[in-house]
Design a binder for this molecule. Structure first.
Ligand code: ZN
Length: 322
């Protein structure tokens, strides 16, 4: 069963909030779109594994998607972690098209895409490294030692994988998504000695979930943008025009005349993602292009956010969903 569900990361949500708010001819746009596409493809690959993993017996396996843990001074992130009484399995997922080639010497990996070779990080070694970190992390939390296995799963149906002669053993740590269940059952057959009891499994689950620290990715500074680069206002849900006009409690699109009473909600969430997880009346007016503090107040009160302070000093907070 999923102890931590496969959900879209906040990083991708930030890309989605930023993209429509960067003007079409801004020089950062191509880089921004390229990175967004890469992260989204990665997520889609992970999401596609969810279906296979959901077929694992509920009682036997705990599945965690995207766990980020602090070890020493640094964080490490695991795409999927499968936990059973006898072993844990660390899964590194890649969703890239092309031909993977695992070289014998130096354990180098290349990916050939439309005729060009690109040297990439060896995903099996990446998985192994994360598994080692997890092992140390569990040791640090005084946990009984269990085998921590690792594999790289290729989730892309258009990718092919080969290993150089003499390096075929690496293929044991690789599978395609459609072969994942079989791989897990093979690993379970080789690791039958149940080490963790139900209570310990529950404890490690709690430990992982409380140890998980979502990243705090500041998308604006990471692309060296300033607030002046961000187009403010409410986006039309129909034709995506920015900004809509606010008249008598409704948002009207000057481009397609679409009328909406709720289009501002997405804009406020964009604000939370791009700037900070709180907003005041005057910040709301500036971002949504509303003149009247009373209208802004009405909008904020209707959204039922938690708040601190009174009158002009009221700060409204992003609701937390966990
Ligand atoms: Zn429109």
């Amino acid at each position: 069963m999923f102890a931590k569900k496969c959900e879209i990361s906040e990083r991708i949500q930030k890309f989605e909030a930023l993209e429509p708010r960067i003007s079409p001819n801004h020089p950062i746009r191509p880089t921004l779109l390229k990175e967004y596409k890469n992260w989204l493809a990665g997520y889609k690959g992970e999401k596609s594994l969810e279906f296979h993993l959901s077929m694992l017996p509920d009682k036997k396996y705990l599945i965690f998607h995207n766990i980020r843990l602090l070890f020493g001074k640094y964080f490490f992130q695991i795409d999927f972690l499968i936990l059973a009484a006898a072993f844990a399995l660390e899964i590194e997922v890649k969703n890239r098209t092309g031909e993977y080639f695992f070289e014998k010497y130096l354990n180098q990996t290349t990916l050939k895409v439309s005729g060009t070779h690109e040297r990439i990080k060896n995903p099996v070694l990446q998985a192994r490294l994360q598994a080692m970190k997890l092992k140390k992390w569990l040791q640090k939390h005084n946990f009984p030692e269990i085998p921590i296995l690792h594999i790289f799963v290729n989730s892309n149906g258009k990718a092919s994988i080969t290993a150089e002669r003499g390096n075929e053993q690496i293929l044991r740590y690789i599978c395609n998504s459609e072969g994942l269940l079989e791989k897990i059952s093979q690993l379970a057959n080789c690791n039958k000695n149940e080490i963790l009891n139900t209570k310990e499994l529950r404890r490690v689950k709690r430990l992982l979930l409380t140890g998980h620290t979502p990243e705090n990715f500041d998308i604006i500074s990471s692309f060296h943008l300033t607030y002046k680069d961000i187009v403010t206002g409410v986006q039309c849900p129909k034709c995506l025009f920015l900004p809509m006009d606010y008249t008598y409690g409704s948002w009207i699109c000057p481009n397609c005349q679409c009328k909406s009473k709720t289009a501002h909600i997405k804009a406020i969430y964009d604000y939370f993602l791009l700037y900070k997880p709180s907003i005041t009346n005057s910040e709301l007016r500036e971002f949504l292009h509303i003149e009247s503090p009373t209208s802004a107040n009405r909008i904020l009160r209707k959204l039922d956010f938690t708040s601190t302070g009174t009158k002009k000093g009221t700060i409204y907070f992003l609701p937390r969903h966990n």
